[in-house]
Write a protein that binds this ligand. Structure first.
Ligand code: FAD
Length: 535
């Protein structure tokens, strides 16, 4: 039958596409239903300015790193056009007018740090070793299906035991390190190694990206490690890189891969309802009434969309509905995309022309904390922090010669702007971001020939990022591992038999990792094998 499939995937973000590709590769007849006119979700490239049709921006997400080698290889992503350019050194202006450069190379980095604090430069190696040790432990856990912690069913007890065995190498010191990581703020963690506020501010950004929390908030330590994990146990994941064609280029590669294995991809296909009979998934109903049928349905969109809108709450346990209703999904992030007529010239370092890395605005821990506190109290930050990248330096295909695009990831505005966004205040906030770059690089403002500002409301309305959280759910300790997105349902299964979940709001998610989709299909195949069905 035309509308009959083995599996239906709701949402064509990168996770939905990866799930479909793996299912199709395993021989399933699978269809992806994406609400928008194109796939990719938050991995998107667009041409936002009608006057500049050849100028493309990486609309929301902007750098790759967290996708494991296994996925790249299994889905033949290189063959389908996947190319990534490693980012270069980061330019970090300091409040006293000097400019620090953060290199990947430890020797060069030592010299830069030593110019600010000899003690901090001396501690850098110890810090890298500490972070590396933690990331090496936590990395492989990202690829593991979380066990049902607390459950007394024999199979679940066995899974819990396996987890204990996995951590048998931990000594008391390591347990202490991990405890600190999950309970301390990024500022407090950095205090243990560094004295210079400027250095700590620059390094804290990884703990704040996409996070509704200032640098002094407990738990931000984990977010920093999440962004620094380099190995999930199957080979290293590269350092941050700019993908060719922007992040939408990655989505195109994934769509090509999924189609090559036989998956069908439908856009403008918004799912209104999940069809359920006797607690078992039967398929979906699209906007307009068309029904698609399959014994397996995989949701790859925000959990509040699927479990609160697409399913009648009577079909779900009350506890689970309550957990999903309370799923925290704030971040107060604003993305600003610019078209520039020329590259910036830094007043204090006019000879610097390497913009292959980031260009940061993060003057001090105090300033970052103040920015968050302002947003927490309902006002957009007077001096937002910004993680800037100019992808055209590495990938000229995004704009005609002579034009550069700049992606500015900024925080914070009040998270409540996801429901109601004062447009004039949003634009004024973006003005302040541009002004901050102007102060460091005079002439910057004049070089801006076009600007796109995307706030939490736009993210929720256009991309289904409920609450404006960039990870589809905060990476706070209470929403990680066996809690993501709800205790008892972190193994990619749901209370509905045949309905699975694999968005970024499940374990391994938080970024363009593809890990939730990979792990979810692994669980689907396990269930099918157990029931003697198609592998
Ligand atoms: C501003 C910003 C910057 C970021 N920067 C980075 C970065 O540099 N690097 C990084 O790794 N990560 C970054 N992230 C995070 C990353 O982009 C996300 O975590 C990831 O893309 C989420 O992927 P997903 O497939 O789980 O969900 P999504 O990409 O959100 O996909 C879900 C899809 O479901 C669709 N959908 C919603 N409702 C329905 C429906 N009813 N029917 C059918 N389809 C539906 C949506 O349209 C969407 O396409 C950033 C995110 C944002 C917003």
């Amino acid at each position: 039958m035309a509308n009959s499939y083995h599996a239906i995937v709701i949402g064509g973000g990168h996770n939905g596409l990866i799930a479909a590709a793996y299912l199709a590769k395993a021989g399933a007849r699978v269809v992806v239903c994406e609400a928008r006119h194109k796939t990719g979700g938050a991995a998107d490239t667009s041409a936002p300015w009608p006057d500049l049709p050849d100028v493309r921006v990486t609309t929301l997400s902007y750098v790759m790193s967290l996708m494991p080698d296994t996925i790249l290889k299994d889905l033949e992503m290189e063959r389908h056009g996947y190319r990534v350019h490693a980012v270069g050194p980061y330019v970090v202006p300091l409040p006293d007018g000097r400019v620090m450069i953060e290199y990947d190379d430890p020797k060069q980095n030592y010299e830069e740090f030593a110019a600010i604090s000899k003690r901090d430069a001396d501690n850098l190696e110890q810090w890298e070793a500490w972070m590396g040790g933690i990331a090496d432990v936590l990395g492989p856990v990202l690829m593991t299906t979380p066990p049902h912690l607390g459950s007394r069913r024999p199979g679940d007890l066995l899974d819990q035991l396996r987890l204990v065995v996995r951590f048998r190498g931990f000594d008391e010191k390591k347990v202490g390190d991990v405890t600190r990581l999950f309970t301390m703020s990024v500022a407090d963690l950095l205090d243990r190694f560094f004295e210079s506020d400027e250095i700590k501010a620059a390094m804290s950004i990884n703990g704040l990206i996409g996070t509704w929390a200032g640098p002094r908030e407990p738990g931000t330590g984990y977010v920093m490690v999440h962004h620094s994990i380099g190995d999930v146990g199957d080979g290293t994941m590269g350092s941050w890189g700019v993908p060719e064609g922007g992040m939408g280029g990655v989505a195109e590669v994934l769509e090509r891969s999924a189609r090559s294995f036989g998956a069908e991809v439908r856009t403008n296909a918004r799912v209104e309802k999940v069809l359920i009979r006797d607690g078992v998934a039967q398929g979906v109903v699209l906007e307009g009434g068309e029904e698609l049928h399959a014994p397996i349905v995989v949701t790859a969109c925000h959990p509040q969309i699927t479990f609160l809108r697409q399913i009648d709450r009577n079909e779900l346990p009350d506890d689970f509905v309550n957990d999903i209703e309370n799923w925290s999904s704030r971040s107060g992030t604003v993305k600003v995309n610019l078209a520039l007529s020329k590259l910036p010239t830094i007043a204090e370092k006019p000879e610097w022309t390497d913009f292959t890395g980031g260009f940061e605005i993060a003057p001090s821990i105090e300033q970052l904390e103040t920015s968050f506190e302002e947003a927490r109290h309902g006002r957009a930050a007077s001096l937002p922090f910004s993680d800037g990248v100019i992808p055209t330096v590495l990938d000229p295909s995004l704009a005609p010669e002579g034009i550069h695009v700049m992606s500015l990831f900024t925080q914070w505005v009040p998270y409540t702007w996801a429901s109601e966004q004062p447009q004039d205040e949003l634009e004024a906030y973006a003005d302040r971001v541009v002004d901050a770059y102007e102060q460091v690089a005079p002439g910057f403002k004049e070089s801006v020939i076009a600007r796109q500002v995307i706030g939490p409301y736009d993210m929720e309305q256009e991309w289904g990022l409920i609450g404006g959280n960039i990870f589809l759910g905060e990476l706070s300790a209470n929403q990680l591992f066996h809690m993501r997105p709800a205790p008892g349902y972190a193994d990619y299964r749901t209370p509905i038999r045949g309905l699975y979940q694999c968005s970024s709001a499940t374990h391994g998610g938080g970024g363009v990792t593809g890990i939730p989709a990979y792990a979810c299909v692994r669980e689907i195949r396990k269930d099918r094998k157990r029931r003697g069905g198609r592998g």
